[in-house]
Design a protein around this ligand. Sequence first.
Ligand SMILES: [Zn+2]
Length: 61
Amino acid sequence: MDPKLLDILACPLCKGPLKPAADKSELICKADALAFPVRDGIPVMLETEARTLNVDERLDK
Ligand SMILES: [Zn+2]
């Protein structure tokens, strides 16, 4: 993913910063415990498409 793109991305709910998942398949908002999918390199910033983080993921690794 383009690092510049990541700079301008913010969580649509809390407007906070997003952290890419280790495999870059998702963008994670820790504050909301949501993971937004990245499809074909394009982040899908829709709450309806987001996955809720599990307990392990909510703990900072
Ligand atoms: Zn958020």
